[in-house]
Design a protein around this ligand. Structure first.
Ligand code: GLU
Length: 445
């Protein structure tokens, strides 16, 4: 790495001790940026990197609530407002017991570049809580969301900060959060949250958007090698919103998705996953993947283990960070892998990314490949601002156009900086330059 960048990186790492995932995200971006700073000395003079790595604002708060037994529960809430050079802070909320400041900062940092790549007017932010929704009743989820918003409301707004969903936060949670925001502020401010229900300001295609977008991005990568999803054997990790919609889109394009997973195990369904059944189990019944096995023939469920033990020509990691390591990557490569599209944020470890890149695998990093979700959130904001709602077909067309554009920009940037086909470099530089230019134009803030 460039010595000037190394010094800045070391300061960032030392200043944020113990934030493992944040360090990982910062290191990965810095490794791409040497050539940019050779061409643009003004970015160093303007301390763009030092500013970019220091969130504009970090909010940590107590979330007290009562469970169904009447016991008091205390969780920790976060909102990291990372960068507003291009628009209001934008990014999801994650409810998961693993959430801590380092995780929210890694997600917020990635979000800055992702959002810049979409070309939409949105800055970067992220939030969430260490609350574990698993096994909680509807009433408990509602009380938690109301308590969370009772603090968060003062920090957000359609021109300030616009949260959405992420792991553990879907349409139900956004509903409770929106209701509480409206009640406290006495404002029907549709644009303050995205991922809303269709009848109250939501956008069609938002639920499908991240998974669909990942497949559209991967399809564009495959096209550069004269290939497509048609006939591919695909493995998807996860079985939440992103995974389910990635499976649906990949199969609509002619692929067979043979496996997916949850935190307890994975299923292998050689005939291709039955998306309707998967939706019924995961979205309607809020059940476990294990239930899929008994309801369909010729399916095997593997308790524990790794879904990456299943061979694939295309891998779509759609579960969570660092779920795909170097050994799994090497095994997939040995067994005929062509492409990886990251539906989750940073699902491949640094070792895995190195394996894919050395082997010449098409590798679409999350900050480009999973940008479809936030893209459609920005389309939702656009519809809210004009008090309009668009058809499914029109919204999907906009999403597709933007994802194809992100792919093209990453590819063109990689070419321009002398490393054709390196989508990590293309995404990092493409996103960075846009934000850096805006930061310089807006002065030292
Ligand atoms: N959580 C999603 C992401 O990682 C979506 C964010 C949003 O729609 O604001 O990009």
């Amino acid at each position: 790495m460039d010595a000037r960048l190394e010094a800045i990186r070391d300061t960032v790492l030392a200043r944020n001790p113990g934030e493992r995932e944040f360090h990982q995200a910062v290191i990965e971006v810095f490794e791409s940026l040497g050539p940019v700073h050779d061409r643009h000395p003004e970015f160093l003079e303007g301390a763009v990197l030092e500013r970019l790595c220091e969130p504009e604002r970090q909010i940590i708060f107590r979330v007290p609530w009562t469970d169904d037994a009447g016991s008091f529960q205390i969780n920790r809430g976060f909102r990291v407002e990372f960068n507003s050079a291009l628009g209001p802070y934008k990014g999801g909320l994650r409810f998961h017991p693993s959430v801590n400041l380092g995780i929210i900062k890694f997600l917020g940092f990635e979000q800055i570049f992702k959002n810049a790549l979409t070309g939409m007017p949105i800055g970067g932010g992220k939030g969430g809580s260490d609350f574990d929704p698993r096994g909680r009743s509807d009433a408990e989820i509602m009380r938690f969301c109301q308590s969370f918003m009772t603090e968060l409301y003062r920090h957000i707004g359609e021109y300030t900060d616009v949260p959405a969903g992420d792991i553990g936060v879907g349409g139900r949670e956004i509903g409770y959060l929106f209701g509480q925001y409206k009640r406290i502020t006495n404002r029907y401010e549709s644009g303050v949250l995205t991922g809303k229900g269709i009848s109250w300001g939501g956008s069609l295609v938002r639920p499908e958007a991240t998974g669909y977008g990942t497949v559209i991005f991967a399809e564009e990568m495959l096209k550069t090698r004269g290939q497509s999803f048609d006939g591919q054997r695909v493995v998807v990790s996860g079985s939440g919103n992103v995974a389910i919609n990635a499976i649906a889109k990949a199969q609509a394009l002619g692929a067979t998705v043979v496996a997916c997973s949850d935190s307890s195990g994975y299923i292998v369904d050689e005939a291709g996953i039955d998306v309707a059944l998967l939706r019924q189990i995961k979205e309607v019944e809020r059940g476990r993947l294990k239930d899929y096995e008994a309801r369909r023939s010729a399916v095997s469920y593997v308790e524990g283990g790794s879904v990456w033990d299943v061979d694939a020509t295309v891998a779509l990691p759609c579960a969570t960070q660092n779920e795909l390591g170097g050994d799994a990557a090497a095994r997939l490569v040995r067994n005929g892998l062509l492409a990886v599209g990251e539906g989750a944020n940073m699902p491949s470890t640094r070792d895995a990314v190195a394996v894919f890149q050395e082997a010449g695998i098409l590798f679409g990093p999350g900050k480009a490949a999973n940008a479809g979700g936030v893209t459609t959130s920005a389309l939702e904001m656009q519809q809210n601002a004009s008090r309009d709602s668009w058809s499914f077909a029109h919204t999907e067309e906009r999403l597709t156009e933007i994802m194809v554009g992100i792919h093209a920009r990453c590819a063109a940037t990689a070419d321009e900086y002398g490393d054709p086909g390196n989508y990590v470099l293309g995404a990092n530089i493409g996103g960075f330059v846009k934000v850096a230019d805006a930061m310089l134009a807006q002065g030292l803030i």
